[in-house]
Design a protein. Structure first.
Lengths: 63, 155
């Protein structure tokens, strides 16, 4: 799984910590999400997409 | 939505307090244990190398405990949760594996005592050691698996 979290985070000038606080997870979880090493729950995926003003479809790319 | 967030924060605050109390109690018990060792050793004569040999790991463990608690406190105070869904998922998985492995381990112990000791004359393990062996086995397997799963990810 690939994600565009890093790219969108940079666009909105957000640090991993800021995004983590916004979506209510720990910073390490954002690191794992960006690396594509963690499958988030639908709720978390929705929260991250909302925080980065995009949709789940655009944020997570399944090969 | 805001109420739920506040409730979660309050819950984390309580959990953090419980963790701090646990860490302080653990540190106190450790110091007490160390003092007992030193008193027992000093009863036999002057302060021996055991004083210095045990003092270094004691300070090390206390320092690690202090640094860990400080890091956790800081991250919770900055607004991050103590546990999130990834950590919960990792702990559930590690707990599941640990339960299964402990069952196998207990089965092996039962066979060892039942057949090994009684039928083949293998050395008997005292009950107090068995309790410690099981305790360390469960702790080592759980923390080891949790560490491994937290490194690996699940995607």
């Amino acid at each position: 799984m690939k994600t565009r979290i890093k790219e969108l985070r940079a666009r909105y000038n957000l640090t991993q910590e800021q995004l983590a606080i916004r979506v209510g997870v720990r910073r390490e979880t954002i690191v794992f999400l960006e690396k594509g090493k963690y499958n988030p729950s639908l709720e978390l995926a929705h929260k991250v997409a909302k925080a980065l003003k995009t949709t789940i479809d655009e944020l997570f790319i399944f090969d | 939505m805001k109420d739920a967030k506040d409730a979660k924060k309050m819950k984390d605050g309580k959990r953090l307090l419980a963790m701090k109390v646990f860490a302080a109690t653990f540190a106190l018990l450790l110091i007490l244990f160390w003092v007992c060792i030193v008193i027992a050793e000093m009863g036999k004569g002057p302060i021996g190398p055991i004083f210095f040999v045990t003092l270094i790991p004691l300070i090390g463990i206390l320092a690690i405990l202090f640094i860990m608690m400080r890091r956790i406190s800081k991250s919770v105070e900055s607004g991050m949760p103590l546990k999130d869904e990834r950590i919960r998922r990792i702990e559930n998985k590690a707990g599941n594996y640990t339960t299964q492995l402990t069952l196998y381990f207990l089965l092996v112990l039962a066979f060892y005592i039942g057949f090994g000791v009684e039928d083949y004359g293998w050395p008997m393990v005292p009950v107090r050691y068995i309790a410690w062996i099981v305790f360390f086995f469960v702790a080592a397997v759980f923390f080891g698996l949790r560490w491994q799963f937290s490194r690996k990810g699940d995607a």
